[in-house]
Design a protein around this ligand. Sequence first.
Ligand SMILES: CC(C)(COP(=O)(O)OP(=O)(O)OC[C@H]1O[C@@H](n2cnc3c(N)ncnc32)[C@H](O)[C@@H]1OP(=O)(O)O)[C@@H](O)C(=O)NCCC(=O)NCCS
Length: 181
Amino acid sequence: MTEAIIDPVILSTARLTLRPFDTSRHLTAQYVAWLNDPDVVRYSEQRHKVHTIESCRAFVEGFDQGPSRLWAIERRDDDTHIGNIHADIDTINSLADVAILIGNRYAWGHGFGLEAWDAVLGWLLNEYKVRKVVAGCMESNTAMLRIMQKSAMTPDGERKAHYLLDGQPEDIVFCAKFRTG
Ligand SMILES: CC(C)(COP(=O)(O)OP(=O)(O)OC[C@H]1O[C@@H](n2cnc3c(N)ncnc32)[C@H](O)[C@@H]1OP(=O)(O)O)[C@@H](O)C(=O)NCCC(=O)NCCS
């Protein structure tokens, strides 16, 4: 696996371009508003926080050093920034933990989440050659569960009644995909 990454990685899919997150272009009030939208963060621990440009900048700057990556997801037809996807990369264990947020709710349900997800998993496993990709979500997050299933991830354990969602205990479900080649 590559130890140090210098080149920016731009991933193109049929309808999306995934660009390295650029603060001058992507760190916007709209992005902050996504994180403060209760519907968008319903299944995320981010729902307990108030987000600001400064807090988002701190998150983004965390990717400046080290191998982990944050991409902005843009539609190719109109260049709209619809969300972000990131991979926390653990080079020692050749492992990547991926998470996605399609913040623009009007973009939900059109297959953009799966399209971005497949592109990042493909790059991590086939180009960067990480050994294992993992992800997790609350059991009630049906759309995220479908994305993990449809990207051919397999069950990788769960944490029973781990979080409280609307006051009710909620399992966290983990999935994984291993490099085969
Ligand atoms: C979860 C999320 C990434 C899904 O993205 P998306 O672009 O709407 O998903 P897609 O359109 O690619 O759909 C993927 C699958 O989920 C299904 N799906 C989408 N929205 C759904 C919903 N609200 N309820 C149930 N299933 C849903 C789709 O039908 C599709 O399955 P199918 O092909 O079997 O029909 C997006 O809703 C999101 O970012 N939500 C907020 C942040 C979040 O929860 N991130 C994940 C936490 S780890």
